[in-house]
Design a binder for this molecule. Sequence first.
Ligand SMILES: [Zn+2]
Length: 386
Amino acid sequence: MEQFRLMINECIEIGMTSNISSLKALSMRAYHKLEPYNVPSYYKLCAISRAAVILTSRRKSLRRGMPTKSPYVMRRHLTSCYGFKFIGNAIRIPVGHREFFEIELNKHTQEILSDPALRVRSFTLTNTHLSICYSKDVQELECADIAGLDRNLRNITYGNDQHVVKYNLSEAVKIARRTSKIIASFKRKDMRIRKRIASKYGRRQRNRVNQLLHNTTKDIVERAFAKREAIVLEDIRGIRKLYRKGNGQSHRYRGIMNAWSFCEVQRQIEYKAKWKGIPVMRLSKEETMGTSTLCPICGERLLNGQYISRQLWCPSCGMKADRDIVAVLNQSHRGRVRFARSLPCDDKAKGGAAEAMRGNPLRMEVILRVDAPKSSHDKDLTEPKL
Ligand SMILES: [Zn+2]
């Protein structure tokens, strides 16, 4: 590992002095200079490509006008895409002169790598860690339907007019509130110590909330996969602007709203869906507009319900529903419209998606049954019979 580090640094130096960052040019110049190193030759190639990556990213930051230092690799590590082998339940890494050393893999890793569709690309070894990089060719799922995903502070709602699931995330809000209370309770007036402790608790909060979100997003993606649905996300970028100082909200409310990690949900959904081949659609700002205020049946502006919080009703057609459910219905409709538009004409004539958008009498009945108690948690709220 030490030799690998030195090789990278030598390559970087060569690249810096002759101002090259492409892999080919660098390997032409650097390969024979690495001769004194007594390691398998494929490690030299890997060191060169590692150095090329570092040099390229440096060049990129220079182009963007960011301040850069001359790069230097400090940590000992070894990255290679050649030479290693899986033998039994261990990975065997060559160290030259026909000598090898083996690292036992734990059960979880073995289980994951046992998937025949996976291809192991490379490994990285440091003093304490071994990371294995693998890839999978994913075929995009042929979607039968489209479902919307509505992200709120205290819940995530996923579904369309066939089924709706609501995940309760009020625990995440509680964690955030508890954390801010704990941090506020420290009275010592030393900024350095305060910062350190606050960052520790912030990390703890993030880890705990992310755990919750991971469980939720995993379930959503599995559900989408089982029902063969494309996922539609709304665009809520810029929502932080609503909760700034001077916007007339209380300090506490702003704190809660700004601790909300809505982007993390999107990130998790997107990468998990990609791994399973589920298409994810992002609505544009215009398409997102009014998803939770307009009636999914007739398009009329909805009014707030009087007795139940978060319930909306439509003055023109009399529909009553939870606002999160209204949001996912609208989103899935808009996703369908977008999908229908993107289809070639003859596909459109055949129909499903485009037709589904028009409000048919059947749909209205479906929605009327959507009303559900708010307290139900992590369950199918509706299984309408069609
Ligand atoms: Zn209506």
